[in-house]
Write a new protein. Structure first.
Length: 244
């Protein structure tokens, strides 16, 4: 089986085709723009981390001992690149399966000359489970994960108890998991699941007027899409939980 992402699906093959979990994404046939294709080809050999079912030496990957933050689902990469550019003292590992989005992020990395960002083009559940050592991360970002609106699809949501427990185990004590969503039902599910995880503590007291939701941390920029939604009166919920 090859670990080379298929341009059709964006997903590298799992060894023997076993996933062992319900996938939080669908295989999208997405065409890369010429620029996305160019930067994917140019940058991934330099900054791509191929999936392998063995622990990753994060310090060796980035060549230094800086705090490491995992971002799951970098999408088109604007937020990811913005945060990495603003925090040169922190290393970021973005995990995404959508190849055009990865191509777009590669373009940003090249143009902004970011040396603190790496990309793994694979299912984040397998990456966290198989590659990230326990107590290795300073933080985890999960911004606007696919909401899977329909009740019969809710099981595909990324933020579920077993995965949150796995993520918590990869955080160092004092590390954080930051989720954001514009879908209220998912926000409530996130709040319930994160609150139930005994290894995590809400950064916001439950008695606060925000009912356990956090103010948007300054490092997370407002996206164009989010700005438009907010102008239309739609909500956005941030959740920040700390590893005990
Ligand atoms: C709704 S988009 C949000 C993208 C971005 N975070 C933003 O705020 O614009 C969710 C992204 O998560 C990615 N994704 C979903 N499940 C994933 C998984 N298990 N591993 C890696 N990426 C995943 C999807 O491909 C998609 O690009």
């Amino acid at each position: 089986m090859s670990d080379k992402p298929s341009p059709q699906t964006g997903v590298a093959d799992d060894p023997a085709g076993r996933h062992g979990h319900i996938r939080s994404f669908v295989r999208r046939a997405g065409r890369l723009s010429p620029a996305q294709e160019k930067y994917y080809a140019e940058m991934m050999p330099k900054i791509g981390i191929p999936y392998a079912p063995q622990p990753l030496d994060l310090a060796a990957v980035f060549g230094r001992n800086a705090p490491k933050i995992l971002e799951i689902g970098t999408g088109m990469g604007e937020t990811t690149a913005h945060i990495a550019a603003a925090h040169g003292d922190i290393d970021y590992l973005g995990v995404e399966v959508h190849v055009p989005g990865i191509g777009a992020l590669c373009k940003q990395i090249a143009e902004r000359q970011l040396s603190n960002l790496r990309i793994c083009a694979h299912d984040a559940v397998a990456v966290v489970r198989d590659m990230l050592p326990e107590n290795s991360l300073a933080g985890v970002h999960v911004f606007f994960p696919d909401p899977w609106h329909k009740a019969r699809h809710n099981k595909r949501r990324l933020i579920q108890a077993p995965f949150v427990s796995l993520l918590a185990s990869r955080l160092k004590p004092g590390g954080y998991i930051h989720c954001a969503t514009d879908w209220e039902d998912y926000a409530q599910q996130m709040l319930a699941v994160l609150s139930d995880e005994s290894a995590l503590l809400n950064s916001v007291a439950a008695t606060d007027s925000a009912n356990g939701f956090a103010p948007r941390p300054a490092y997370r920029p407002l996206t164009k899409f989010e700005n438009r939604g907010l102008r239309l009166g739609h909500g956005v919920w941030d959740l920040v939980f700390i590893r005990r």
